[in-house]
Structure formats: structure tokens, C-alpha cells
Design a protein around this ligand. Structure first.
Ligand code: C2O
Ligand code: CU
Length: 444
């Protein structure tokens, strides 16, 4: 890293007041990295980022750079890739994102609590546009779980954690009620949509404009006309919309609810910039290592429920003590879920369980992941961009992603080239992380 000019960023994790219920209503005590409501970092591909996390929170934290193929030491998983950043201390992340796209970052401890209170940020790596778009809009969808006075309600409930997750009470886009965005008429608008909710699965579609998908989790695909696209927590979508004529409005809508929910309105104004139908141009793809499907080793993973008695690594009284300590330090207390029969133990960060699998660096792997539960799970692998090859439920051309939504009883196959390190492999419904649906791969 030395020698490269660096983008220096200070991220101060702290409690702050934000008026989530609206301008006149009481403020909510959110946790943020100092943005309003979250920072948006924009860099060029390959630009070096030196980001110092200052922890002014009452509990330890870290930053995980979701979807970035960085060195394992910068991956931000407490006890696995780095010591937790204790209150009053700091840690510096130093890396150069190798791929363009729409990414984000978040803590990797007490995720339901910390991310649930708002702790996250957006990372945009530029350099994928051969010709610039006429306009761009960034939309971050996240719900908040608040009472009528703006106080946070419990972010983890046994009922939610054991099912599809605990839902928020208030939906928001960019931390506020969905907005009307003024956009140029008959223009090509790039929309970056991030689902940063802890729980909610969106089904994104566009009304009143032609639209195409340009990238999934930041990875370019040959433009795909948008019907609707399902996005679990952590998933991102880059779209292009041909905005309507001046005076008309297009809408981005979530259909995965009883009453379709408008995430954004695009109000077209001014002279038309383009004519004719939308001819989406592909984003420049990143140079991702292509797995050798013929020579790949195949491994099977089953997403399931936890065994009746939650496995505790703690056996002796001292272990029980350290387990209580770990629990008090923000780890989960209940176990509902498992991967291949193994649940991430509640004290797993302090005493990590064995890896789910040991892989060889540079070798290609095919993972067949089967969801044996009645709930969908968005499954994320750290430090890699994998190819989603096929699904037992739907037909799609293969595409690159870092998180794949697997529906109840669905089987999905992914493939990738293994990178050295201990890489977390988990569901991104945050309560599921904390109640067992997490493990890691060791790539040696
Ligand atoms: Cu965005 Cu381990 O996750
Ligand atoms: Cu899950």
C-alpha cells in the first residue's frame, strides 16, 4: 500500500440524535459513523483508502467492508481477522478496492443492535462508466424499529429471530420518508439501490419508465430489462431508467408487501435529453477470477435449524464465565439456526469453532447450498465475488454477486476461486447471524 496516494477518512462511531419520525417529532438516539444518516465514500477503482475507525460507542465494534475483495486482515471480523475495537480506541483500515461498484460497510459485532441503530455507510467505487449517465440517484432502504416517541424498540426478538427476522416499524429511504427526486426529462438515470435493512426482503420494480439492471452487488451484467428483482438485506442493484417526459413521474416500487411501497419518485423536468427507447449500455465489468467449473471441487451446504440443545463451546465454570462475559459484550444469547448442522456458538468469537470447510487458495469451488428451512436467507461470503450459476427455482443467466437470496427449499449453486484467509459465510438477516447461521471458510 505504501507509496500510493491515499484517501484518508475518519469514521467516528458514536450515538447521535436524528429526527427519524420527522422534522417536528422527538429525535431518535441512532448510532452512526458520522454521516447524515450515514457516510457515503466515493473513490476511484484502485484508489487507496485509509479509514480510521474511532469508537465512541459504549461497546466494542469493527468495520466490515461488504463485498470488497481485500486482504483478510482488513475484513473487520472481531476475534477472527482483528481484535475488537474497544470503546475509546481506534483501528485503521488500509486497502485499495480492486473492483468498481456499489458497496457498503457495517460493523461485525452485535450486528442486529449496531446496524439496527443505523451504524453503516456506503462505499462507491467509480470507474465503471464508459460514458457517463445524465444523472444519478443513491437510495438506501432501511427500516427503523421505534416507538411513538422515537425510542428504539428491541431489535432482536425470539419470535423474529426464529423466523424471518424482526421487522422495523418505520420504513425509510436515505433515513427519511421516501422522497420525490427532480430528474432531467427523457434522460438516462443511474439508480444505485442498497437494501441495508436488517430483515426486510425487497422486490424492486419501476413504474412509469423503462428500466434495466446494470449491476448486481456492484457487478456488471449484460443489461437485463427489469421486471422485478428480489433483494435480501445487504444486496444492491444498479439500474438505468429512461426518465419520462417533463411533467411526468416514474416510481421505484417495492412489491414484496401487501400494498406496493414507493421507494422513490422521479419527477422529470426540463428539456428532453434523449429520444427513442432506452438502449442500456453495460457497465465496464471488473476483472474477476473466473472459476474453472470443470475442475472445481464441489461442496454441499445445508441451511437448517439448530439442534434442540444449543451447542455451547463452554463446558467448565471458567468457560461459562467467559461465555457470560462474551454475551454481555454483545454476542447473541439464543441459537435457532445452523449451517451443515453446526451453529455459530454464542461465544464463537472468543473461541471460534472449527471452519465449515478448509479450502485451497487459488483453487476453484462449487458450493451447492440448500435451504432446508421455511424462510428465505440471503447468504453472504466475505472477501469473494462468486458466480451464481443456477437455482432450482428460477432461470437466470449466471451473474456475479457477494450475497445470494435462497428461498425456502431452494437450491442454489455458486462458484468462485478461493482467496487466502478466514472468511465468514453467513445469512445476512442480522438476527440469524446472532442465532447461529454463520460459519467461516479457511483458505490456506
Ligand atoms: Cu455484510 Cu459478514 O457481512
Ligand atoms: Cu437467514
Amino acid at each position: 500500500m505504501e507509496g500510493k496516494p491515499a484517501r484518508r477518512i475518519a469514521l467516528r462511531a458514536a450515538e447521535r440524535d436524528l429526527r427519524l419520525l420527522g422534522p417536528g417529532a422527538p429525535p431518535s438516539r441512532v448510532w452512526t459513523f458520522g454521516g447524515d444518516p450515514w457516510p457515503v465514500i466515493r473513490v476511484r477503482k484502485g484508489e487507496r483508502i485509509v479509514a480510521t475507525l474511532h469508537n465512541d460507542l459504549p461497546e466494542h465494534t469493527t468495520i466490515h467492508w461488504h463485498g470488497i475483495r481485500l486482504d483478510n486482515a482488513m475484513d473487520g471480523v472481531p476475534y477472527i481477522t482483528q481484535p475488537p475495537v474497544e470503546p475509546g480506541t481506534r483501528f485503521t483500515y488500509d486497502f485499495a478496492p480492486p473492483d468498481t461498484g456499489t458497496f457498503f460497510f457495517h460493523p461485525h459485532c452485535n450486528e442486529a443492535g449496531q446496524v439496527g441503530h443505523g451504524l453503516a455507510g456506503v462505499l462507491i467505487v467509480e470507474g465503471d462508466e464508459a460514458t457517463p449517465f445524465d444523472a444519478e440517484t443513491l437510495l438506501v432502504a432501511k427500516d427503523w424499529r421505534l416507538d411513538a416517541d422515537g425510542r428504539f424498540l428491541p431489535l432482536v426478538t425470539d419470535r423474529g429471530a426464529a423466523r424471518g427476522g424482526t421487522f422495523g416499524t418505520l420504513r425509510s429511504v436515505n433515513g427519511a420518508a421516501p422522497a420525490r427526486h427532480a430528474v432531467p426529462a427523457r434522460a438516462d438515470l443511474r439508480v444505485r439501490l442498497l437494501n441495508l435493512d436488517s430483515t426486510r426482503i425487497l422486490e424492486a420494480g419501476v413504474e412509469g419508465a423503462e428500466a434495466a439492471i446494470l449491476a448486481i452487488d456492484g457487478n456488471s451484467i449484460p443489461p437485463l430489462p427489469l421486471d422485478t428483482w428480489r433483494m435480501g438485506p445487504a444486496m444492491r442493484l444498479d439500474l438505468v431508467l429512461r426518465t419520462p417526459a417533463a411533467g411526468a413521474t416514474a416510481r421505484l416500487v417495492d412489491y414484496n408487501v401487501a400494498e406496493p411501497f414507493t421507494l422513490a419518485e422521479f419527477a422529470a423536468e426540463g428539456e428532453p435529453l434523449r429520444s427513442g427507447p432506452l438502449r442500456p449500455r453495460a457497465l465496464i465489468p471488473s476483472a474477476l477470477p473466473e472459476p474453472d467449473l470443470g475442475g472445481a471441487r464441489a461442496l454441499a451446504f445445508e441451511l437448517g435449524s439448530a439442534a434442540a440443545a444449543p451447542p455451547l463451546a463452554a463446558a467448565s465454570p471458567e468457560d461459562a464465565l467467559s461465555r457470560d462475559l462474551a454475551a454481555s459484550l454483545c454476542l447473541g444469547e439464543r441459537t435457532f439456526w445452523a449451517i451443515n448442522g453446526a451453529s455459530w456458538p454464542i461465544d464463537g468469537h472468543r473461541m471460534p469453532p472449527p471452519p465449515l470447510a478448509t479450502l485451497k487458495r487459488g483453487a476453484s469451488y462449487r458450493f451447492l447450498i440448500r435451504n432446508a428451512t421455511p424462510h428465505p436467507h440471503p447468504i453472504h461470503l466475505h472477501g469473494h465475488t462468486f458466480k451464481v450459476l443456477s437455482s432450482s427455482r428460477r432461470r437466470h443467466p449466471p451473474y456475479w454477486a457477494d450475497t445470494v437470496l435462497i428461498d425456502a427449499k431452494e437450491r442454489v449453486e455458486i462458484a468462485f476461486v478461493a482467496r487466502r484467509g478466514d472468511w465468514m459465510f453467513h445469512c445476512h438477516i442480522l438476527e440469524h447471524i446472532e442465532t447461529g447461521m454463520m460459519g467461516y471458510l479457511r483458505v490456506a
